[in-house]
Design a protein around this ligand. Structure first.
Ligand code: KIV
Length: 271
């Protein structure tokens, strides 16, 4: 008999069943091997290699500059670390909009070169053709509606989306279109909780919220926000589980002081 415990891997079917059973889906972003391994060991359901890497890993102001090659590098690192969770990779800005053939070749590069399980892209009816083409090639697609950061220069602001009825109606329509096109799940970002509930009840596929309230089928946070590595970013929807900025800064200050005072290394810490 094998001494290894059987690991039940999370698939898109698992997420569908979780929605049906009312079991909430946990999702976090990850961009590197070490953190992805910790999140997977902790039992996270989904890891998103988000294009927020552009902000939190590379220091850009927006998600627009990150390239497909850079996303692939991050995704490869994450996939090497995981045993159980589903890994979804963001299609970066400029690799799918307005051209479904280009969208398919970007998705195929991600799947072939990273070993990830699915891709995510932003938008509603304008990306439906791309979603259909990618899904028809056998690649699972996650949608993303509400505040879609790749369109930040169109919105002009990061405020809550779809507070007005017309935008809310359009968002519900887009959720239906993405479901019909074959998306296995949709991320809803920064919208009123009542609208999150409405969309979650209107479609059969799981709805994962970030600032979309408590009634959706799962939650996602950016790991740097959740762990308190970012001090300045404090939107209402964020719950911080650690204050890593202070912890890491304090540890670094103690290390510097120990080096300067010649307390480190001591007798036991040398050969
Ligand atoms: O890139 C990202 O981190 C995301 C999440 C905000 C859902 O898309």
């Amino acid at each position: 008999m094998s001494v290894h415990k059987e690991i039940t891997k999370v698939t898109t079917n698992t997420l569908q069943k979780m929605k049906q059973k009312g079991e909430k889906i946990s999702m976090l972003t990850a961009y590197d091997f070490s953190m992805a391994g910790i999140f997977d060991d902790a039992g996270i359901d989904v890891l998103l290699v988000g294009d927020s890497a552009s902000n939190v890993m590379a220091g850009h102001e927006t998600t627009l500059p990150i390239t497909l090659d850079q996303m692939i590098y991050h995704a490869q690192s994450v996939v090497r670390a995981i045993n159980r969770c589903l890994v979804v990779v963001d299609m970066p800005f400029g690799t799918y909009q307005g051209n479904s053939k280009e969208a398919l070749s970007s998705a195929i590069r991600i799947m072939k070169e990273t070993g990830a399980h699915a891709i995510k892209l932003e938008g509603g009816e304008e990306v439906v053709e791309s979603v259909k083409r990618i899904v028809s090639a056998g690649v699972p697609v996650m949608g993303h509606l509400g505040l879609t950061p790749q369109s930040i220069y169109k919105f002009g602001t990061y405020v809550v989306r779809a507070r007005e009825e017309a935008e809310a109606e359009q968002l519900v329509k887009n959720a239906h279109l993405l479901e019909q096109a074959g998306c296995f799940a949709i991320v809803l970002e920064k919208i009123p909780a009542t609208l999150g509930k409405r969309v979650s009840e209107a479609v059969k596929i799981p709805i994962i919220g970030i600032g979309a309230g408590m009634h959706v089928d799962g939650q996602v946070l950016v790991m740097h926000d959740m762990l308190g590595i970012n001090k300045e970013f404090s939107p209402r929807f964020l719950r911080r589980y650690l204050n890593l900025y202070d912890e890491i800064k304090g540890a670094t200050e103690r290390y510097i002081s120990d080096v300067k005072s010649q307390d480190f290394p001591n007798e036991q810490e040398q050969y």
